[in-house]
Write a protein that binds this ligand. Structure first.
Ligand code: NAD
Length: 314
């Protein structure tokens, strides 16, 4: 395993991080015992960064991860989130108020069976009022930090400019974005990376498989990408198949080779995926295959989808 420094946190994080949303059945039912094996295997193979949220499986992922980490908590960096709790259409889906996030961390610590997390992140800030996030939510997280319940504070979301704006005005230690740097899209490199480099903010890249578009299984039903993007992803899968290589390996290696993101979070709930994803770090992707993939995705390159409030989209 290789490690990189996460911004100014001093944390040396594994270049592949463990995304725990599948433990909450976000990509379909998962086997609980297999999930525990996946977590233990990841730690044994050197993965030391774990990302979860109360939103994943509506608390299920935190509960399962907490149980799996019992006796191993001190071997990992643990990041969770606050502010997002239910589906967007639910009235109570989001609550970025200081009262709710202050209560939320206590609930998360209870489920995660620990007395602190390494990073507490405001989850999907584009669904909130930016001024509230800057003036109320982030100050509440700094109080939680002062109380010793989190070591660092971050934000997450899909649209890049709102992340940059809130980070710049609100002050954060880390930024996580997803589906913004992988074989289908690379605009994280233009919008966030220079800012993070200049300010010493840790950059976390999530969803290297474009939430499973870049896998043999294909996208789950709820995937928000357009049909065109899904079809273009399907062509990438075929190109890799023809060359006898795994699309997941190629997709993950492409992300990990991008050194400006300290870690790439891949969602896992199966031991074989953990083993495969760690082994993928050693592969060399033939440059002509990368060229073919680049050419093939060109018509939909950098296409994303709306997320959150209209004023927060970019
Ligand atoms: P992903 O692109 O990592 O895809 C995950 C899916 O791919 C799962 O179904 C998993 O079973 C499957 N998979 C993993 N390895 C595989 C392999 N080798 N072969 C075939 N299939 C494989 O998408 P993701 O899980 O959404 O993103 C990773 C993590 O990043 C999440 O679990 C979460 O922790 C974090 N994340 C955070 C946010 C946010 O904060 N807003 C958003 C998205 C993701």
């Amino acid at each position: 395993m290789k490690y990189r420094t996460l911004g100014k946190t001093g944390m040396e994080v594994s270049v592949v991080g463990y995304g725990a949303s599948p433990l909450g059945n976000e990509f379909g039912e998962t086997d609980v015992a297999e999930g525990v094996r996946a977590v233990h295997c990841a730690i044994d193979l050197g993965i030391n960064y774990f990302d979860v949220s109360p939103y994943y499986g509506r608390t299920l992922a935190e509960e399962r991860l907490g149980r799996a980490l019992e006796g191993r908590r001190d071997r990992v960096y643990l990041a969770t989130k606050c502010g997002r709790y239910g589906a967007p259409e639910d009235e109570g889906g989001f609550d970025f108020s200081p009262q709710r996030v202050t209560k939320s961390i206590d609930e998360s610590l209870d489920r995660l069976k620990t007395d602190y997390v390494d990073i507490l992140q405001v989850h999907d800030i584009e669904f909130g009022d930016r001024e509230q996030i800057i003036n109320e939510t982030l100050p509440a997280l700094r109080k939680i930090q002062e109380a010793g319940k989190c070591r660092f504070v971050g934000i997450t979301g899909l649209p890049l400019k709102v992340l940059r704006d809130v980070a710049s005005r609100g002050g954060v230690d880390t930024i996580l974005s997803y589906c913004r740097y992988n074989l289908m899209i690379t605009d994280m490199a233009d919008v966030l990376a220079p800012f993070c480099r200049e300010r010493g903010v840790g950059l976390i890249n999530a969803s290297p498989l474009h939430m499973r578009i870049l896998s043999e299984k294909g996208a789950p039903d709820w995937h928000p990408a357009s049909q065109e993007v899904k079809q273009a992803g399907g062509k990438v899968v075929q190109l890799c198949e023809k060359r006898g290589v795994s699309v997941a390996d190629v997709a993950l290696k492409f992300c990990v080779d991008y050194a400006y993101a300290a870690t790439t979070l891949v969602g896992m709930s199966k031991q074989r995926h953990v083993e495969q994803n760690v082994a993928a770090l050693e592969i060399t992707v033939p440059s002509d295959l990368l060229g073919q993939i680049e050419q093939s995705v060109e018509p939909v390159k950098n296409r994303t989808w709306p997320s959150g409030r209209p004023e927060n989209n970019d």
